[in-house]
Every structure is written in C-alpha cells, then in structure tokens.
Design a protein around this ligand. Structure first.
Ligand SMILES: Cc1cc2nc3c(=O)[nH]c(=O)nc-3n(C[C@H](O)[C@H](O)[C@H](O)COP(=O)(O)OP(=O)(O)OC[C@H]3O[C@@H](n4cnc5c(N)ncnc54)[C@H](O)[C@@H]3O)c2cc1C
Ligand code: SF4
Length: 510
C-alpha cells in the first residue's frame, strides 16, 4: 500500500498552487469528492496506513470567507450555482454543496443515527451483510464524537425554535431540540451560507482533520474529475481539469493514478461519473433516487419572532409512524421571499414587511412511493423525480400538522407553502385549506437529501455496489457517499453517510 510512483504533497492545495503545468499525481487511494462520505472514508483509510489523495471540484473554505449573501453562496458553495432542480410531476429545488466539506459546508448540522429498523431492512431485504447493527453502533458513536454532536443551549435556539416547541407541547406531541454537529453554534441562522463562526463541524473541520493526522493525506481542491482510464478489469487513473476558482473555467489537465479508487461525488455526481464512463449500466445506476421531499409553512404571531435569528434548525417533532418528521427552519429574508407562495404582489410584500413576526417550520417525508432518476444526456445531466400518491398525502398531512402546531402556539395566521393559497386564519380551516386531494404541483416542495442512486445490495442484478462498497465488475473502484443507501432513510442523512463511508474505508483496508 505504501509504494508511490509519483508522490503528492500532503496538506491542502488549491488552484493558486498548481502553476500551469499538468497536475500528475499518485497515491495509494484516490477519493473523488471531499464531502461527508469522502472525508470520512479518508479518515478510515489514512488511520490504517495508506496514503490518500482527495480531489474536489470546489474550493477550500475558512469560516471568515463565508458571507450572508445568497449570490455569493450560490455561486461558490452550491452545485449548479444553486439552480439544481428535479423535474417530474412537480419541480423541486435540489441544492447540494460544492467545496472541501461538500454539502456539510451548507447543511444545518442536524444529526440522527440511522434507525435500527432501516439498518435491518438494508441487511435483510437488500443483502447488505456488512451493515450489522453492533458494528454501526460503533460507527455512529465515532461520528457523534468526531462531529462534537450536542444540543445547543436554549439561548442560542431563539424564538423560531422555542415557539414551535411551545405548540408541540400544547398538543402533547413528542418533540425535542435537535442534536447538531455544531458545538460552537452562536445561533446566527445562516448555516446554508457556510458557518462564519466556525462553530459547525463540517466534514472538512472534523473527519478531514482526523485523516490529516496521519501526515499522508493530500487534498487537491479546484479539481473536477470527469474520466477514468481502465485496463478492462481495474481502474488505472482518473482524469479531469483544474478549475479556475472564480469563473469555474477549465485550466490544465489533472491525472491521478492509484491502486484503489473511491467515488464520493455525492448522489448526483457519483452516478453521473459511473454512467458517463461506462463503469455501470443504467438499470440501477442513477435509478432509485430518493430525496426526502419537504414542505413548509410560515406563521404570524403577535409577538416578535425574528425568524432569521437562532439555531437554523433546532427543534423537531417525531411523526415517524406517520411517515414524516416536523423540523423548524430559518433562512435569510431574501430566501423567505423567494419561497413565499401566497398571492404574489401585495400579500407577499406585506409578509416581508412584517417578517419579524413570522416563524417557519416544515415536514420532511420518508419517500415511500416516490422515486427519481439521474441520467446523463447529450444536453447534460437530467434529474427527475415523481412524487407518489402516498407521499403526496403524507406531505399534505405533514403540512396540516405543521399548521396545527403553529396555531397551538398562538399563531394568528398560517401561510402554508401551497401555491395560490393566501393563508389560513383558524385551525378549523386547515382541512379546507389543505385538502387531501392536493396534487404535488400544488405544493411548493424542496429537497436537500438525495440518496440511493448507486445503491448497495447483494447482487449486480439489484444494485450498483456490493456490501463493501465495491462497484460490481470493478476490483478497485468503490463508492462511499449517500448514493449507496438502498432506500430512503427517513432522517437527516449526514451521520449515516459518514458511518457508511467509515465502513467502506475499513473494508478497503481489511
Ligand atoms: C442545504 C442543505 C442542508 C442540509 N442539512 C442537513 C442536516 O442538517 N443534517 C443532515 O444530516 N444532512 C443535511 N443535509 C444533507 C447532507 O449534508 C448530505 O446528505 C451529505 O453531505 C451527503 O454526503 P455525500 O458525501 O454524499 O455528498 P456531498 O457532501 O455533497 O459531497 C460530494 C462532493 O463531491 C464533489 N464533487 C462532485 N462531483 C465531482 C467531480 N466530478 N470531481 C470532483 N469533485 C466532485 C462536490 O463538489 C461535493 O463537495 C443537507 C444538505 C443540504 C444541501
Ligand atoms: S446557526 Fe450556528 S452552526 Fe449555523 S452558521 Fe450560525 S453559528 Fe454556524
């Protein structure tokens, strides 16, 4: 494992260090994509003695670089400059992160261990023999401690979270503050723009640091990988280009050889990479996309809420048995404006003028009969997703429940994100405002948890990777990111992504 043809320099490198010559490197293990999966896999491999090189298309970031500015964040920290979306029986925005840290740079830091029932299903129904509950319990413990997971103090939660707790308690619902990977959170409410306080332990500030302790890890940012070279049975090299960090234009060639390769480009990037290189066929690769579709509401209170302030997502209500979770969220005023689906014009402007009196929360659905697909077409990536009838009903039920919680907390008016609906003034009107006949396209949906497009399983007839993460048919190519989940998870996925990546890293080094 330690033989290196052309060594790389350990440490963090970016476009400003590469000069103009082609970048030709070698390591024991190369990982494409430095997000949740890539950084955790790097830690598991590096601690067992191999040299690891991570290639990431986005940049390195420091907390002081982040700005509470949508245009800056979308351009620099988001895939497709914030415009990534799914088409189908409705349109869903599908934001994803870009940069060393991946989507953890812009996530809300919510942490859930994967429910045992889901692990059981993956092992028993999908043949994921490596997914044993005891083994994963250890991995979840490790993720928990590496991310510094904690419940933030009540003074950081602020009104948007506290008011939802008040409503949930009034209704006797099972709810709690959310454990988060942000032990130093100061409650500035802009997780989706990068954490300017450094209080959030994104993957670059947690697992990547663990990996770097080996002294044999190099992180090459601003490198987009597109192609592979193979000898028929094994991958020999990955190739791509250095990107200009500002314009994203391509510069010189990147070519990296290794003994082992891991694709951690995320649930959209990984299937696109495998499909465009003919490393997997489309019977399962790119298929089975699940995303946790989410729908939300805002609610007006007499008292000031100041929804832009406090832990971004701090409180949840457990409706697992009904197929969804309720979670609070905050965003910046311009983001509230862009998601408001009340009658356009005056009504929206009145809410914006009055924004300090509003709270916001929504329902996250465990996709049960919805599915999508990632395809590469001559015109570029095509991402589709169709909301199933059962999930459509669960979305409406979750939105109704969100409205009930707000009214129980004393809301004077609730604005569900239902197209064309101006608002609901009384709890008795919730059913009429949100009938179970609503179509998916009547709701303003959102999703930020893609999963399942390179699913793990017992055979190539039903999956893309084997239970150790190896791509069927390729000895030295694995996938380690949220694409390998055999099903939708039902809870926020970063912890499970990291646990799966630790397992795959250890299997590779076994
Ligand atoms: C706005 C938002 C909020 C979220 N909030 C939460 C939360 O609170 N809790 C939670 O559990 N989960 C949350 N998530 C989801 C969670 O962050 C992801 O599930 C997790 O990061 C997925 O890890 P991954 O390794 O699969 O992909 P990512 O973390 O997205 O990493 C993939 C990386 O690969 C890089 N890449 C892609 N293609 C290439 C290529 N060709 N060459 C080089 N590099 C490439 C990308 O730039 C990216 O950095 C959120 C996600 C978003 C977008
Ligand atoms: S709310 Fe907390 S974790 Fe999120 S960006 Fe602000 S300080 Fe960081």
């Amino acid at each position: 494992m330690n033989e290196a043809l052309r060594p790389f320099a350990p440490g963090r490198h970016g476009a400003e260090h590469y000069g103009n010559a082609p970048l030709h490197l070698h390591a024991d293990v190369v990982i494409v994509g430095a997000g949740a999966g890539g950084c955790a896999a790097a830690a598991a491999i590096a601690e067992r003695g191999a040299s690891v090189l991570l290639l990431e298309e986005g940049r390195h970031w420091n907390p002081m670089d982040f700005k509470a500015d949508t245009a800056f964040a979308f351009k620099n920290l988001y895939q497709a400059r914030g415009a990534r979306a799914l088409r189908g029986n409705t349109i869903l925005p599908l934001p994803g992160g870009r940069g060393v840290g991946g989507s953890t740079l812009i996530n809300s830091a919510i942490c859930f261990r994967c429910p045992d029932a889901v692990l059981d299903e993956w092992r028993e129904d999908h043949g994921c023999s490596t997914v044993q509950n005891d083994r994963f319990s250890d991995y979840f413990d490790r993720v928990w401690s590496t991310l510094g997971v904690t419940v933030n103090p009540i003074e950081m939660q602020r009104n948007n979270n506290l008011i939802f707790r008040q409503g949930a308690e009034a209704l006797g619902l099972k709810g709690d503050f959310l454990p988060r990977s942000a032990p130093g959170c100061i409650g500035c409410g802009i997780c989706q723009y990068g954490c300017p306080s450094g209080g959030k332990f994104s993957a670059d500030r947690s697992f990547l640091r663990v990996a770097e302790q080996s002294g044999d890890v190099g992180v090459y940012a601003d490198c987009r990988i597109r192609r592979v070279e193979t000898d028929g049975a094994r991958v020999v090299a990955v190739t791509g280009h250095v990107l200009d960090p500002d314009s994203h234009d391509t510069r010189q060639e990147v070519r990296v050889t290794a003994k082992e390769f891991i694709c951690s480009a995320g649930p959209i990037g990984s299937p696109l990479f495998l499909l465009s290189n003919g490393l997997a066929d489309s019977s399962h690769c790119g298929a089975h996309l699940v995303v946790h579709p989410t729908v939300a509401a805002m609610a007006r209170f007499d008292q000031e809420i100041r929804p832009w302030s406090g832990v971004t997502q701090g409180y949840w209500v457990d409706c697992w048995e009904e197929g969804y979770l309720l979670q609070t969220f905050t965003c910046t005023p311009d983001q509230y404006f862009s998601t408001l689906q009340t009658a356009p014009g005056r009504a929206t402007m009145e809410i914006m003028r009055d924004l300090k009196h509003y709270a916001s929360a929504g329902a996250l659905i465990h996709d049960e009969d919805s599915e999508g697909r990632v395809r590469m077409t001559p015109a570029g990536p095509d991402l589709s997703y169709f909301v199933g009838d059962g999930d459509r009903k669960r979305l409406t039920a979750g939105l109704r429940k969100t409205a009930e919680v707000f009214f129980a907390a004393g809301a004077k008016r609730v604005h569900p994100f239902r197209l064309g609906l101006d608002g609901i003034d009384r709890p008795e009107d919730i059913e009429a405002g949100l009938p179970m006949t609503l179509k998916a396209r009547d709701l303003f949906l959102y999703a930020s948890h893609p999963m399942g497009t390179c699913r793990m399983g017992r055979s190539p007839d039903s999956s893309v990777v084997d239970p150790t993460g190896r791509v069927w048919g390729w000895d030295n190519l694995r996938v380690a990111d949220a694409s390998i989940f055999p099903t939708s998870l039902g809870v926020n996925p970063q912890v499970t992504t990291m646990a799966m990546a630790l397992m795959i890293g250890h299997e590779l080094m076994a």
